[in-house]
Ligand binder design. Structure first.
Ligand code: ADP
Ligand code: MG
Length: 628
């Protein structure tokens, strides 16, 4: 790419769309542009301070980092300028002209055109620099990378009236390092050209910024508008709720307020401060395990890195915030972080605080916890496998649908479940299925309903994996209701076992005949007391994989060992009762019982047309019998 001439470059199609949306859906929130630009300026100051740790000459002759906000009534411009790290031409193109985040295309596909909904989605996406266009129709960015010679600045400009689909970029003179963003206001935005108004907006949204934000006084001198001290080092009782919220928006790159936070100074072998937030909404790329996960790391107030993943385990990757260590060396690198015992201690400390906070919400602010669970429950579930040392704590935070609750939205905890267990019940029962409705109407639940025993209804794909890792809770093993012999435990269990033994003997010839007719389709056939309404169901053998998991793995293209289910029949059901070993249609009835059981648990018939043909014939034959 030539770096000596003016070029016109096209925006990514997504950026164009973002600009248009932003202007329309965020207009009622227009003051945020200033917060976003100041947030970027503050990040640029942080980055310079960090780079200067190893190359002090980057400060040039200007070591006092600051942000300046100014306006020009005649030219109708507002300028936010910083003497931070600045950008090279390549960086401008990469950071301002493109949205590099993976998942961007999917994000744009999710936009609906409904302004309220889209405004919310855009908030999740993070509007950042582009929010300038809410109030400006032309934005000029003039920047020089710290360390580059004075002549080697870059001018970037985008003029909305002229299509908005392109921007120009050209070399420019810029004496000082850092970035000026010049907003040429849209018609009708002149009210923003007011010192009092701008200062008010800075105090409201950017007071927490640690770099001084200056404005020129009427008489010519500079005035610092913000407190300009790192928020997290201030005493807790001197920080207002609004300040915590605005700081979150800055570190979390989020437009919406957080759900909750925890702020602590930790003393002892490791001294550090942590300010950790739980966002109200999952970012659109929460499942992209690579992107922006982790906390900002500071060492004695100096910014060291973004997204320090080692400060939290991956299952807490939704947490945003900062850790400021008093002990780590300033030259700490990602490599060092990976194997540092000090970092292990900080990670354990942060994990503990987040779990404390979640437990607190679960106990005292149930609505908030429900909101958290809805957004991040699936991520938290990963903790059961990932964090062996906190497994019991994480398990306590899990929530599930249950036969005890009335709707899909209503959740229960494992502790709730245990407190409702029947006398003698020694296991936590669950059923897994593709959907809530399929789980709720599973035939395997019939006996549990009749006996008043609660069953957890697991219908999230990750649940199969979860129960593979969560063997027990408070010493109560988790048990699938669709695997192995029925064992309710306690007096109920004894009762059912006796009944089953009796009816097994009674129905032995029928069972044997079914086995021989179904042949390879089944591993075994047996009589059950599991069912009260359905004629039959399938269960997995004690140590075989459950059918739901098998279906998930198969859909994911995995090769599975050949596992055959066990067919269980309900001797109390009229269909089973009228089934005679000598019936000329015995084979049809047997296959029907099998196919129905398979359908009822969400399985797929190998030959659906055959099933239909057989059902029709049986219906017709019944019609003939009744003589009508
Ligand atoms: P975010 O701040 O969430 O990364 P923005 O849209 O606000 O997103 O900014 C995009 C990128 O542009 C930043 O990550 C940064 O690399 C660059 N940038 C923006 N403003 C500045 C600035 N004042 N100085 C240096 N780089 C900047
Ligand atoms: Mg930003």
């Amino acid at each position: 790419m030539s770096t000596t001439e003016k070029e016109t470059l096209g925006f990514q199609a997504e950026v164009k769309q973002l600009l248009e949306l932003m202007i329309h859906s965020l207009y009622s929130n227009k003051e945020i542009f200033l917060r976003e630009l100041i947030s970027n300026a503050s990040d640029a100051a942080d980055k310079l301070r960090f780079e200067a740790l190893s190359d002090n000459s980057l400060y040039e002759s200007d070591p006092e980092l600051r942000i300046r906000v100014s306006f020009d009534k005649a030219a109708r411009t507002i300028t936010v300028s910083d003497n931070g790290v600045g950008m090279s031409r390549e960086e401008v193109v990469a950071n301002i002209g493109t949205i590099a985040r993976s998942g961007t295309r999917e994000f744009f596909r999710s936009l609906t055109g409904d302004q309220a909904r889209d405004a919310h989605l855009i908030g999740q996406f993070g509007v950042g620099f582009y929010s300038s266009f809410i109030v400006a129709d032309r934005v000029t960015l003039l920047t020089r990378r710290a360390g580059a010679p004075a002549g080697q600045g870059v001018r970037w400009e985008c003029h909305i009236e002229q299509g908005g689909g392109a921007y120009t970029i050209e070399p420019a003179e810029k004496a000082g390092r850092g970035t000026d963003v010049i907003l040429h206001l849209r018609a009708g935005e002149d009210e923003l050209l007011d010192r009092y108004r701008l200062a008010h907006m800075i105090r409201k949204y950017s007071d927490h910024i640690a770099v001084p934000i200056l404005m020129e006084k009427e008489d010519g001198g500079d005035e610092r508008i913000n407190q300009a001290s790192a928020l997290w080092v201030r005493p807790k009782n001197e920080i207002t709720e609004e300040q915590y919220v605005e700081f979150y928006k800055h570190v979390g790159h989020d437009m919406e307020p957080p759900l909750a936070w925890t702020h602590n100074r930790v003393e002892g072998r490791q001294e550090y401060t942590q300010l950790l937030y739980i966002p109200a909404h999952a970012p659109f790329d929460i499942w992209d395990r690579e992107h922006r996960h982790g906390l900002k790391l500071y060492v004695r107030r100096v910014f060291i890195m973004d997204d320090a993943k080692h400060l939290l385990p991956a299952y807490l990757r939704f947490v945003r915030g900062i850790v400021d260590s008093n002990d780590l060396p300033l030259n700490v690198s990602r490599e060092i972080l990976q194997q540092s015992r000090d970092i292990d201690a900080i990670r354990a400390g942060c994990t503990k605080r987040v779990l404390d906070l979640l437990e607190d919400l679960a106990e005292k602010e149930k609505d908030k916890y429900a909101a958290f669970w809805k957004e991040f429950g699936r991520v938290l579930k990963e903790g059961v496998a990932e964090d062996a040392s906190n497994r019991e704590r994480v398990a306590k935070l899990l929530r599930f649908s249950s036969t005890h609750a009335d709707s899909e939205e209503e959740n229960v905890s494992l502790a709730d479940y245990v407190s409702r267990m029947q006398p003698g019940q020694d296991r936590i029962f669950y059923v897994t299925a593709e959907t809530f409705r399929a789980a709720r109407s599973s035939p395997h639940l019939e006996i549990f309903r009749k006996r008043g025993i609660e069953v957890l209804l697991l219908h999230d794909r990750i649940d199969e994996w979860l129960v593979g890792n969560l063997i027990d809770f408070q010493d109560k093993p988790l048990a699938s209701v669709a695997r192995g012999e029925l064992d309710l435990g306690g007096a109920d269990g004894e009762d059912e076992r006796r009944k089953q033994e009796q009816s097994s003997t009674e129905h032995r010839p029928l069972v044997e005949k079914l086995k021989s007719v179904l042949g390879e389709k089944v591993k075994d056939v047996r009589v059950t007391t599991r069912l009260t309404q359905s004629p039959s169901c399938l269960v997995a053998d004690e140590h075989d994989m459950g059918s739901n998991l098998a279906r998930i793995l198969k859909a994911a293209g995995q090769k599975l060992p050949d596992m055959r289910p066990i067919l269980e029949i309900n001797p109390g059901h009229p269909i089973v009762q009228r089934l005679q070993v000598g019936d000329e249609r015995f084979a049809d009835w047997a296959n029907l019982l099998f196919d129905q059981a398979l359908l009822a648990e969400g399985g797929q018939l190998e030959d659906p047309a055959e099933f239909v043909r057989r059902s029709n014939e049986l219906m017709l034959s019944l019609g003939g019998q009744s003589g009508s």
